[in-house]
Design a protein around this ligand. Structure first.
Ligand code: C2E
Ligand code: CA
Ligand code: CA
Length: 508
Protein backbone atom coordinates (compact mmCIF):
# COMPACT_ATOMS: atom_id res chain seq x y z
CA UNK A 1 0.00 0.00 0.00
CA UNK A 2 1.35 3.42 -0.91
CA UNK A 3 0.72 6.20 1.56
CA UNK A 4 -0.09 9.45 -0.25
CA UNK A 5 2.64 12.11 0.13
CA UNK A 6 0.26 14.43 1.93
CA UNK A 7 -0.24 11.93 4.73
CA UNK A 8 3.47 11.14 4.91
CA UNK A 9 4.27 14.85 5.35
CA UNK A 10 1.57 15.24 7.94
CA UNK A 11 2.90 12.27 9.90
CA UNK A 12 6.47 13.52 9.66
CA UNK A 13 5.32 16.88 10.96
CA UNK A 14 3.17 15.62 13.79
CA UNK A 15 5.08 12.59 15.09
CA UNK A 16 8.04 14.56 16.53
CA UNK A 17 5.62 16.96 18.21
CA UNK A 18 3.67 14.15 19.82
CA UNK A 19 6.82 12.20 20.67
CA UNK A 20 8.40 15.25 22.29
CA UNK A 21 5.86 15.17 25.14
CA UNK A 22 6.52 11.74 26.67
CA UNK A 23 10.21 12.16 25.89
CA UNK A 24 10.30 15.36 27.89
CA UNK A 25 9.53 13.33 31.02
CA UNK A 26 13.07 11.96 30.90
CA UNK A 27 14.46 15.43 30.74
CA UNK A 28 12.60 17.28 33.48
CA UNK A 29 14.80 15.97 36.35
CA UNK A 30 18.08 16.82 34.65
CA UNK A 31 16.58 20.16 33.67
CA UNK A 32 15.61 20.87 37.32
CA UNK A 33 19.11 19.95 38.44
CA UNK A 34 20.56 22.17 35.76
CA UNK A 35 18.41 25.09 36.94
CA UNK A 36 19.56 24.48 40.51
CA UNK A 37 23.18 24.56 39.40
CA UNK A 38 22.58 27.70 37.41
CA UNK A 39 21.02 29.37 40.42
CA UNK A 40 23.98 28.36 42.57
CA UNK A 41 26.32 29.91 40.04
CA UNK A 42 24.29 33.11 40.05
CA UNK A 43 24.43 33.25 43.83
CA UNK A 44 28.19 32.73 43.81
CA UNK A 45 28.61 35.46 41.26
CA UNK A 46 26.40 37.87 43.25
CA UNK A 47 28.25 37.11 46.45
CA UNK A 48 31.57 37.76 44.80
CA UNK A 49 30.27 41.00 43.37
CA UNK A 50 28.88 42.03 46.76
CA UNK A 51 32.18 41.18 48.46
CA UNK A 52 34.03 43.37 46.04
CA UNK A 53 31.70 46.34 46.48
CA UNK A 54 31.68 46.09 50.26
CA UNK A 55 35.41 45.77 50.53
CA UNK A 56 36.11 49.03 48.81
CA UNK A 57 33.29 50.96 50.50
CA UNK A 58 34.08 49.68 53.98
CA UNK A 59 37.80 50.14 53.93
CA UNK A 60 37.59 53.73 52.63
CA UNK A 61 35.07 54.57 55.32
CA UNK A 62 36.95 52.85 58.13
CA UNK A 63 40.04 54.91 57.66
CA UNK A 64 38.06 58.08 58.26
CA UNK A 65 36.08 57.30 61.45
CA UNK A 66 36.99 59.18 64.64
CA UNK A 67 35.15 56.50 66.65
CA UNK A 68 33.35 59.04 68.85
CA UNK A 69 29.89 59.18 67.21
CA UNK A 70 30.60 62.88 66.78
CA UNK A 71 29.47 65.07 63.91
CA UNK A 72 32.16 63.79 61.54
CA UNK A 73 31.32 60.14 62.23
CA UNK A 74 27.61 60.88 61.68
CA UNK A 75 28.31 62.56 58.36
CA UNK A 76 30.41 59.59 57.35
CA UNK A 77 27.74 57.11 58.44
CA UNK A 78 25.15 58.92 56.35
CA UNK A 79 27.33 59.62 53.36
CA UNK A 80 25.47 58.32 50.33
CA UNK A 81 28.78 57.43 48.70
CA UNK A 82 29.11 54.56 51.14
CA UNK A 83 25.73 53.12 50.54
CA UNK A 84 25.51 50.46 47.93
CA UNK A 85 22.60 48.18 47.13
CA UNK A 86 24.23 45.83 49.60
CA UNK A 87 24.24 48.02 52.69
CA UNK A 88 21.05 48.65 54.62
CA UNK A 89 22.48 50.48 57.60
CA UNK A 90 25.80 51.19 59.22
CA UNK A 91 26.85 52.09 62.72
CA UNK A 92 29.44 52.32 65.43
CA UNK A 93 29.45 50.70 68.87
CA UNK A 94 32.05 52.31 70.99
CA UNK A 95 34.02 50.90 73.87
CA UNK A 96 32.35 53.52 76.04
CA UNK A 97 28.96 51.93 75.35
CA UNK A 98 27.90 54.79 73.09
CA UNK A 99 25.95 53.68 70.04
CA UNK A 100 25.20 55.45 66.81
CA UNK A 101 24.14 54.48 63.31
CA UNK A 102 23.07 55.99 60.03
CA UNK A 103 19.55 55.97 61.50
CA UNK A 104 20.77 57.99 64.51
CA UNK A 105 20.32 55.47 67.27
CA UNK A 106 22.40 52.37 67.31
CA UNK A 107 21.00 48.87 67.10
CA UNK A 108 21.66 46.24 69.72
CA UNK A 109 24.48 44.42 68.07
CA UNK A 110 25.07 40.80 68.20
CA UNK A 111 26.66 39.56 71.30
CA UNK A 112 28.87 37.04 69.52
CA UNK A 113 30.81 39.80 67.88
CA UNK A 114 31.75 41.11 71.25
CA UNK A 115 32.36 37.69 72.71
CA UNK A 116 34.52 36.52 69.88
CA UNK A 117 36.38 39.72 69.95
CA UNK A 118 36.73 39.56 66.21
CA UNK A 119 39.95 39.27 64.39
CA UNK A 120 41.89 42.50 64.66
CA UNK A 121 42.39 44.05 61.27
CA UNK A 122 39.92 41.65 59.65
CA UNK A 123 36.23 41.80 58.98
CA UNK A 124 33.99 39.49 60.86
CA UNK A 125 30.51 38.38 59.94
CA UNK A 126 27.59 37.83 62.20
CA UNK A 127 23.85 38.33 62.11
CA UNK A 128 21.20 40.61 63.51
CA UNK A 129 19.24 39.06 66.30
CA UNK A 130 16.71 36.39 65.62
CA UNK A 131 14.04 37.78 67.89
CA UNK A 132 12.25 40.48 65.95
CA UNK A 133 10.23 38.12 63.84
CA UNK A 134 11.87 39.59 60.79
CA UNK A 135 14.44 37.98 58.62
CA UNK A 136 17.89 38.03 60.11
CA UNK A 137 20.38 40.14 58.27
CA UNK A 138 24.07 39.54 57.85
CA UNK A 139 26.27 41.98 59.64
CA UNK A 140 29.86 42.72 58.76
CA UNK A 141 31.88 44.20 61.58
CA UNK A 142 35.34 45.42 62.18
CA UNK A 143 37.07 45.80 65.51
CA UNK A 144 39.31 48.74 65.99
CA UNK A 145 40.60 48.45 69.54
CA UNK A 146 37.45 48.10 71.66
CA UNK A 147 35.37 50.09 69.16
CA UNK A 148 33.31 48.29 66.61
CA UNK A 149 32.14 49.53 63.24
CA UNK A 150 29.36 47.49 61.67
CA UNK A 151 27.44 47.31 58.46
CA UNK A 152 24.06 45.63 58.29
CA UNK A 153 23.95 44.06 54.89
CA UNK A 154 20.96 44.26 52.67
CA UNK A 155 20.00 40.81 51.52
CA UNK A 156 17.19 41.82 49.24
CA UNK A 157 19.36 40.83 46.25
CA UNK A 158 18.93 37.24 47.35
CA UNK A 159 15.16 37.64 47.37
CA UNK A 160 15.09 38.77 43.80
CA UNK A 161 17.52 36.12 42.82
CA UNK A 162 15.54 33.36 44.48
CA UNK A 163 12.27 34.26 42.77
CA UNK A 164 13.63 33.61 39.30
CA UNK A 165 12.91 31.91 36.97
CA UNK A 166 9.99 30.70 39.09
CA UNK A 167 8.56 31.90 42.37
CA UNK A 168 9.03 29.84 45.55
CA UNK A 169 11.26 27.36 43.75
CA UNK A 170 14.39 27.86 45.86
CA UNK A 171 15.43 27.96 49.45
CA UNK A 172 18.81 29.35 50.48
CA UNK A 173 20.60 29.16 53.81
CA UNK A 174 23.71 31.00 54.85
CA UNK A 175 25.51 29.48 57.77
CA UNK A 176 28.75 30.12 59.54
CA UNK A 177 31.43 27.61 58.83
CA UNK A 178 31.91 26.97 62.52
CA UNK A 179 28.51 25.92 63.77
CA UNK A 180 29.54 26.45 67.36
CA UNK A 181 30.28 30.07 66.67
CA UNK A 182 26.84 30.76 65.39
CA UNK A 183 24.01 28.33 64.89
CA UNK A 184 21.86 30.83 63.08
CA UNK A 185 21.03 30.16 59.46
CA UNK A 186 19.81 33.01 57.39
CA UNK A 187 16.91 31.42 55.65
CA UNK A 188 15.93 32.96 52.35
CA UNK A 189 13.20 31.88 50.01
CA UNK A 190 10.71 29.09 50.48
CA UNK A 191 11.70 27.29 53.67
CA UNK A 192 9.14 24.51 53.18
CA UNK A 193 11.29 23.12 50.36
CA UNK A 194 13.94 21.91 52.78
CA UNK A 195 11.45 19.59 54.41
CA UNK A 196 10.23 18.10 51.14
CA UNK A 197 11.06 14.48 50.54
CA UNK A 198 12.17 14.97 46.97
CA UNK A 199 14.22 18.08 47.59
CA UNK A 200 17.88 18.23 46.73
CA UNK A 201 20.55 20.73 47.55
CA UNK A 202 23.91 22.15 46.54
CA UNK A 203 26.38 23.88 48.84
CA UNK A 204 29.44 25.96 48.52
CA UNK A 205 31.76 27.60 50.96
CA UNK A 206 32.64 31.21 50.42
CA UNK A 207 36.20 31.80 51.58
CA UNK A 208 35.76 35.55 51.57
CA UNK A 209 32.83 35.79 53.99
CA UNK A 210 33.57 32.46 55.72
CA UNK A 211 29.98 31.38 55.13
CA UNK A 212 28.49 28.28 53.69
CA UNK A 213 25.65 28.63 51.21
CA UNK A 214 23.20 25.82 50.76
CA UNK A 215 20.58 26.01 48.08
CA UNK A 216 17.57 23.71 48.02
CA UNK A 217 15.05 23.00 45.34
CA UNK A 218 12.13 20.59 45.30
CA UNK A 219 8.81 19.95 43.74
CA UNK A 220 8.12 23.52 42.64
CA UNK A 221 11.31 23.63 40.58
CA UNK A 222 10.61 20.15 39.19
CA UNK A 223 7.19 21.29 38.08
CA UNK A 224 8.62 24.38 36.51
CA UNK A 225 11.35 22.35 34.78
CA UNK A 226 8.77 19.91 33.44
CA UNK A 227 6.71 22.76 32.11
CA UNK A 228 9.78 24.30 30.45
CA UNK A 229 10.90 21.02 28.95
CA UNK A 230 7.43 20.45 27.57
CA UNK A 231 7.29 23.91 26.15
CA UNK A 232 10.68 23.70 24.47
CA UNK A 233 10.01 20.09 23.54
CA UNK A 234 6.97 21.29 21.67
CA UNK A 235 8.97 23.84 19.73
CA UNK A 236 11.86 21.50 19.08
CA UNK A 237 9.40 18.81 18.04
CA UNK A 238 7.69 21.26 15.71
CA UNK A 239 11.02 22.39 14.27
CA UNK A 240 12.13 18.79 13.80
CA UNK A 241 8.82 17.91 12.22
CA UNK A 242 9.16 20.83 9.84
CA UNK A 243 12.72 19.83 9.02
CA UNK A 244 11.65 16.26 8.31
CA UNK A 245 8.77 17.41 6.16
CA UNK A 246 10.95 19.77 4.16
CA UNK A 247 13.64 17.09 3.77
CA UNK A 248 11.01 14.64 2.64
CA UNK A 249 9.81 17.02 -0.07
CA UNK A 250 13.33 17.83 -1.16
CA UNK A 251 14.17 14.14 -1.36
CA UNK A 252 10.96 13.46 -3.17
CA UNK A 253 11.63 16.22 -5.68
CA UNK A 254 15.17 14.97 -6.14
CA UNK A 255 13.90 11.45 -6.74
CA UNK A 256 11.46 12.82 -9.23
CA UNK A 257 14.12 14.91 -10.91
CA UNK A 258 15.64 13.31 -13.97
CA UNK A 259 18.93 12.47 -12.31
CA UNK A 260 17.21 10.95 -9.30
CA UNK A 261 14.96 8.97 -11.58
CA UNK A 262 17.90 7.75 -13.63
CA UNK A 263 19.77 6.67 -10.53
CA UNK A 264 16.73 4.90 -9.18
CA UNK A 265 16.34 3.32 -12.63
CA UNK A 266 19.88 2.00 -12.45
CA UNK A 267 19.22 0.43 -9.09
CA UNK A 268 16.04 -1.17 -10.38
CA UNK A 269 17.83 -2.28 -13.56
CA UNK A 270 15.37 -0.46 -15.77
CA UNK A 271 17.79 -0.01 -18.68
CA UNK A 272 17.39 -2.72 -21.26
CA UNK A 273 18.31 -3.35 -24.87
CA UNK A 274 15.87 -3.47 -27.75
CA UNK A 275 17.24 -5.16 -30.82
CA UNK A 276 16.86 -3.99 -34.40
CA UNK A 277 17.80 -6.51 -37.09
CA UNK A 278 20.36 -5.89 -39.79
CA UNK A 279 19.42 -7.89 -42.88
CA UNK A 280 21.53 -8.87 -45.88
CA UNK A 281 19.24 -7.94 -48.76
CA UNK A 282 21.03 -10.35 -51.11
CA UNK A 283 20.54 -13.44 -48.97
CA UNK A 284 17.70 -12.30 -46.64
CA UNK A 285 19.93 -13.45 -43.86
CA UNK A 286 19.64 -11.69 -40.49
CA UNK A 287 23.32 -11.00 -39.95
CA UNK A 288 23.12 -9.10 -36.68
CA UNK A 289 21.34 -6.57 -34.53
CA UNK A 290 21.88 -3.16 -33.11
CA UNK A 291 21.24 -2.97 -29.38
CA UNK A 292 19.24 0.19 -28.74
CA UNK A 293 18.77 1.41 -25.24
CA UNK A 294 15.32 1.61 -23.72
CA UNK A 295 14.37 2.81 -20.29
CA UNK A 296 11.50 0.77 -18.96
CA UNK A 297 9.77 2.92 -16.37
CA UNK A 298 6.68 1.23 -15.05
CA UNK A 299 4.62 0.53 -18.12
CA UNK A 300 6.39 3.20 -20.14
CA UNK A 301 9.25 2.70 -22.60
CA UNK A 302 11.44 5.77 -22.88
CA UNK A 303 13.56 6.05 -26.05
CA UNK A 304 17.15 7.25 -25.63
CA UNK A 305 16.59 10.58 -27.38
CA UNK A 306 14.78 11.80 -24.28
CA UNK A 307 17.65 11.24 -21.88
CA UNK A 308 20.88 10.09 -23.51
CA UNK A 309 22.51 13.55 -23.71
CA UNK A 310 21.67 14.24 -20.10
CA UNK A 311 22.97 10.81 -19.10
CA UNK A 312 26.31 11.60 -20.69
CA UNK A 313 26.44 15.03 -19.10
CA UNK A 314 25.78 13.56 -15.67
CA UNK A 315 28.38 10.84 -16.07
CA UNK A 316 25.79 8.08 -15.90
CA UNK A 317 26.46 6.62 -19.33
CA UNK A 318 29.02 4.15 -18.06
CA UNK A 319 26.83 2.42 -15.47
CA UNK A 320 23.98 2.41 -17.96
CA UNK A 321 26.16 0.83 -20.66
CA UNK A 322 27.35 -1.72 -18.11
CA UNK A 323 23.74 -2.62 -17.40
CA UNK A 324 22.90 -2.78 -21.09
CA UNK A 325 25.95 -4.84 -21.96
CA UNK A 326 25.25 -7.36 -19.21
CA UNK A 327 21.79 -7.93 -20.66
CA UNK A 328 23.20 -8.20 -24.17
CA UNK A 329 25.71 -10.80 -23.03
CA UNK A 330 22.99 -12.98 -21.54
CA UNK A 331 20.75 -12.49 -24.55
CA UNK A 332 23.53 -13.58 -26.95
CA UNK A 333 22.92 -17.21 -26.07
CA UNK A 334 19.41 -16.95 -27.56
CA UNK A 335 20.82 -15.84 -30.91
CA UNK A 336 22.60 -17.80 -33.63
CA UNK A 337 26.38 -18.03 -33.19
CA UNK A 338 26.85 -16.25 -36.51
CA UNK A 339 24.76 -13.25 -35.50
CA UNK A 340 26.36 -10.25 -33.84
CA UNK A 341 24.99 -7.58 -31.61
CA UNK A 342 26.30 -4.06 -31.98
CA UNK A 343 26.45 -1.80 -28.91
CA UNK A 344 26.61 2.00 -29.09
CA UNK A 345 29.59 3.68 -27.49
CA UNK A 346 30.38 7.23 -26.49
CA UNK A 347 33.80 8.87 -26.41
CA UNK A 348 34.15 8.35 -22.65
CA UNK A 349 34.16 4.57 -23.12
CA UNK A 350 37.23 4.61 -25.30
CA UNK A 351 39.11 7.69 -24.19
CA UNK A 352 39.85 5.72 -21.04
CA UNK A 353 40.24 1.96 -20.79
CA UNK A 354 36.67 1.66 -19.49
CA UNK A 355 35.30 -0.58 -22.21
CA UNK A 356 38.42 -2.71 -22.20
CA UNK A 357 38.13 -3.27 -18.44
CA UNK A 358 34.47 -4.08 -18.80
CA UNK A 359 35.14 -6.72 -21.47
CA UNK A 360 37.93 -8.18 -19.41
CA UNK A 361 35.57 -8.47 -16.45
CA UNK A 362 33.29 -10.53 -18.70
CA UNK A 363 36.13 -12.79 -19.87
CA UNK A 364 36.34 -11.24 -23.31
CA UNK A 365 33.05 -12.27 -24.96
CA UNK A 366 33.36 -13.61 -28.51
CA UNK A 367 34.13 -10.74 -30.92
CA UNK A 368 32.18 -12.58 -33.60
CA UNK A 369 29.04 -11.94 -31.57
CA UNK A 370 29.77 -8.59 -29.98
CA UNK A 371 30.69 -5.46 -31.91
CA UNK A 372 30.54 -1.74 -31.22
CA UNK A 373 29.59 1.45 -32.95
CA UNK A 374 30.90 4.90 -32.31
CA UNK A 375 29.00 7.94 -33.48
CA UNK A 376 30.53 10.65 -35.54
CA UNK A 377 27.92 13.13 -34.32
CA UNK A 378 29.90 13.96 -31.20
CA UNK A 379 33.60 14.80 -31.35
CA UNK A 380 36.30 12.76 -29.69
CA UNK A 381 38.33 15.02 -27.42
CA UNK A 382 41.29 12.72 -27.00
CA UNK A 383 41.84 11.03 -30.32
CA UNK A 384 45.19 9.59 -29.24
CA UNK A 385 43.79 7.63 -26.31
CA UNK A 386 40.76 6.64 -28.37
CA UNK A 387 43.06 5.28 -31.07
CA UNK A 388 45.12 3.25 -28.66
CA UNK A 389 42.00 1.87 -26.99
CA UNK A 390 40.40 0.92 -30.30
CA UNK A 391 43.67 -0.68 -31.42
CA UNK A 392 43.74 -2.70 -28.21
CA UNK A 393 40.14 -3.83 -28.86
CA UNK A 394 40.95 -4.68 -32.46
CA UNK A 395 43.89 -6.78 -31.33
CA UNK A 396 41.38 -8.78 -29.33
CA UNK A 397 39.34 -9.20 -32.53
CA UNK A 398 36.57 -6.66 -31.80
CA UNK A 399 35.20 -4.42 -34.54
CA UNK A 400 34.08 -0.83 -34.22
CA UNK A 401 31.73 0.68 -36.78
CA UNK A 402 31.58 4.38 -37.49
CA UNK A 403 27.96 5.38 -36.86
CA UNK A 404 26.06 8.21 -38.55
CA UNK A 405 28.78 8.46 -41.14
CA UNK A 406 28.89 11.78 -42.96
CA UNK A 407 26.80 13.68 -40.44
CA UNK A 408 29.42 15.07 -38.13
CA UNK A 409 32.97 15.50 -37.12
CA UNK A 410 35.85 14.32 -39.24
CA UNK A 411 34.44 11.05 -40.56
CA UNK A 412 37.26 10.37 -43.00
CA UNK A 413 39.93 11.35 -40.49
CA UNK A 414 38.44 9.01 -37.91
CA UNK A 415 38.41 6.17 -40.38
CA UNK A 416 42.09 6.59 -41.00
CA UNK A 417 43.39 7.18 -37.51
CA UNK A 418 41.07 4.76 -35.78
CA UNK A 419 41.52 2.00 -38.35
CA UNK A 420 37.77 1.47 -38.70
CA UNK A 421 36.55 -0.86 -41.48
CA UNK A 422 32.78 -0.49 -41.22
CA UNK A 423 30.52 2.50 -41.69
CA UNK A 424 26.86 3.08 -41.07
CA UNK A 425 25.21 5.31 -43.64
CA UNK A 426 22.89 7.65 -41.83
CA UNK A 427 19.15 7.76 -42.37
CA UNK A 428 19.55 11.39 -43.42
CA UNK A 429 21.15 10.20 -46.67
CA UNK A 430 18.99 7.14 -47.14
CA UNK A 431 15.96 9.43 -46.98
CA UNK A 432 17.14 11.23 -50.15
CA UNK A 433 16.67 8.14 -52.29
CA UNK A 434 13.96 8.84 -54.86
CA UNK A 435 14.19 12.61 -54.31
CA UNK A 436 16.14 15.38 -56.02
CA UNK A 437 17.76 16.45 -52.76
CA UNK A 438 21.32 17.59 -53.15
CA UNK A 439 22.31 15.20 -50.42
CA UNK A 440 21.56 12.34 -52.74
CA UNK A 441 24.82 13.04 -54.49
CA UNK A 442 26.48 12.95 -51.06
CA UNK A 443 24.96 9.50 -50.56
CA UNK A 444 26.36 8.39 -53.86
CA UNK A 445 29.75 9.83 -52.97
CA UNK A 446 29.76 8.06 -49.60
CA UNK A 447 28.88 4.77 -51.22
CA UNK A 448 31.57 5.23 -53.86
CA UNK A 449 34.12 5.99 -51.18
CA UNK A 450 33.08 2.95 -49.16
CA UNK A 451 33.28 0.67 -52.12
CA UNK A 452 36.69 1.92 -53.18
CA UNK A 453 38.21 1.70 -49.74
CA UNK A 454 36.73 -1.74 -49.13
CA UNK A 455 34.51 -0.63 -46.21
CA UNK A 456 31.67 -2.75 -45.04
CA UNK A 457 28.55 -0.56 -45.30
CA UNK A 458 25.29 -0.71 -43.40
CA UNK A 459 22.45 1.55 -44.47
CA UNK A 460 20.36 2.82 -41.56
CA UNK A 461 16.80 3.98 -41.33
CA UNK A 462 15.73 2.20 -44.48
CA UNK A 463 11.98 2.32 -44.64
CA UNK A 464 10.96 1.38 -48.17
CA UNK A 465 11.59 -1.37 -50.66
CA UNK A 466 12.53 1.31 -53.17
CA UNK A 467 15.39 2.35 -50.90
CA UNK A 468 16.45 -1.28 -50.46
CA UNK A 469 16.52 -1.73 -54.20
CA UNK A 470 18.45 1.46 -54.86
CA UNK A 471 21.06 0.56 -52.27
CA UNK A 472 21.25 -2.96 -53.69
CA UNK A 473 22.08 -1.57 -57.10
CA UNK A 474 24.80 0.55 -55.52
CA UNK A 475 26.27 -2.49 -53.80
CA UNK A 476 25.00 -1.73 -50.26
CA UNK A 477 23.40 -4.94 -49.03
CA UNK A 478 23.35 -4.61 -45.26
CA UNK A 479 20.06 -2.96 -44.36
CA UNK A 480 18.79 -1.77 -41.02
CA UNK A 481 15.42 -0.11 -40.85
CA UNK A 482 11.70 -0.37 -40.40
CA UNK A 483 11.41 -1.96 -43.82
CA UNK A 484 12.54 -5.18 -42.15
CA UNK A 485 12.05 -4.64 -38.49
CA UNK A 486 11.79 -2.08 -35.71
CA UNK A 487 13.82 -2.30 -32.50
CA UNK A 488 12.21 -5.06 -30.40
CA UNK A 489 12.67 -6.71 -27.05
CA UNK A 490 14.38 -10.11 -27.20
CA UNK A 491 11.28 -12.32 -27.01
CA UNK A 492 9.54 -10.36 -29.76
CA UNK A 493 12.72 -10.47 -31.81
CA UNK A 494 12.86 -14.27 -31.65
CA UNK A 495 9.27 -14.51 -32.93
CA UNK A 496 10.04 -11.94 -35.59
CA UNK A 497 13.02 -14.05 -36.77
CA UNK A 498 10.89 -17.17 -37.11
CA UNK A 499 8.36 -15.30 -39.23
CA UNK A 500 11.04 -13.63 -41.30
CA UNK A 501 12.66 -16.93 -42.27
CA UNK A 502 9.43 -18.39 -43.68
CA UNK A 503 9.26 -18.80 -47.47
CA UNK A 504 6.75 -15.95 -48.11
CA UNK A 505 10.02 -14.05 -48.36
CA UNK A 506 9.66 -14.31 -52.18
CA UNK A 507 8.03 -10.90 -51.96
CA UNK A 508 11.42 -9.32 -51.27
P1 C2E B 1 21.39 5.53 -33.72
O1 C2E B 1 22.54 4.82 -33.14
O2 C2E B 1 21.60 6.22 -35.02
O3 C2E B 1 20.24 4.49 -33.78
C1 C2E B 1 19.35 4.42 -34.83
C2 C2E B 1 18.09 5.10 -34.47
O4 C2E B 1 17.25 5.16 -35.61
C3 C2E B 1 17.32 4.33 -33.41
O5 C2E B 1 16.63 5.26 -32.64
C4 C2E B 1 16.34 3.54 -34.24
O6 C2E B 1 15.19 3.16 -33.52
C5 C2E B 1 16.03 4.50 -35.33
N1 C2E B 1 15.61 3.81 -36.53
C6 C2E B 1 16.09 2.65 -37.03
N2 C2E B 1 15.48 2.35 -38.19
C7 C2E B 1 14.60 3.36 -38.45
C8 C2E B 1 13.68 3.63 -39.52
O7 C2E B 1 13.53 2.89 -40.47
N3 C2E B 1 12.98 4.79 -39.46
C9 C2E B 1 13.13 5.65 -38.41
N4 C2E B 1 12.39 6.74 -38.40
N5 C2E B 1 13.98 5.43 -37.39
C10 C2E B 1 14.70 4.28 -37.41
P2 C2E B 1 16.61 5.15 -31.12
O8 C2E B 1 16.53 3.75 -30.69
O9 C2E B 1 15.57 6.10 -30.65
O10 C2E B 1 18.01 5.69 -30.73
C11 C2E B 1 18.35 7.00 -30.94
C12 C2E B 1 19.79 7.23 -30.68
O11 C2E B 1 20.13 7.07 -29.32
C13 C2E B 1 20.68 6.25 -31.37
O12 C2E B 1 20.86 6.62 -32.70
C14 C2E B 1 21.94 6.38 -30.60
O13 C2E B 1 22.68 7.49 -31.00
C15 C2E B 1 21.43 6.61 -29.24
N6 C2E B 1 21.48 5.35 -28.50
C16 C2E B 1 20.61 4.31 -28.54
N7 C2E B 1 21.00 3.35 -27.72
C17 C2E B 1 22.17 3.75 -27.18
C18 C2E B 1 23.09 3.18 -26.27
O14 C2E B 1 22.94 2.05 -25.78
N8 C2E B 1 24.19 3.92 -25.95
C19 C2E B 1 24.40 5.13 -26.48
N9 C2E B 1 25.50 5.77 -26.12
N10 C2E B 1 23.57 5.71 -27.32
C20 C2E B 1 22.47 5.02 -27.69
CA1 CA C 1 23.93 3.35 -33.54
CA1 CA D 1 23.07 5.74 -36.55
Amino acid sequence: MRIPPFWISLLLLVIPIIASQPLSRWLDKPMAYYLLQQKMEEIKASMAERGKQLDTALSTQLAQFDFDCGAKDMVLLRDPRFYSTHIRLQGLELASGVNCSSLGVGIPLIKEAKKMGGLPGKFGLTATMDKFNTEQELVAYYKSGENIAYWVLDNSWSHDLLQHPCTNCFYLEFSQRDPAAMTTHFPRGNKAIKAEESSHSLSFFDQESMTKQTLWAGKALNDYARQQVRFYGLWIGAALGLLLTVSYWLLRNYRRSLKGLLQAGLIRREFIPFYQPVVNSRTREVVGFEALLRWRRGGELVPPGAFIDYVEEQGLILPITVQLLERVLTDLSSLAATQWVSVNLVAAHIEQPLLRNLLQQHQWPSPAQLTFELTERKPLTDIKSATSEITALQERGYHVKLDDFGTGYGGFAYLQSLGIRQIKIDKMFVDTIGTDDLKRSVLDAIIAFGRESGMEMIAEGVETQEQVDYLYRQGVYLIQGYVFGKPMPLQELLLWQQAFRRPHSETA
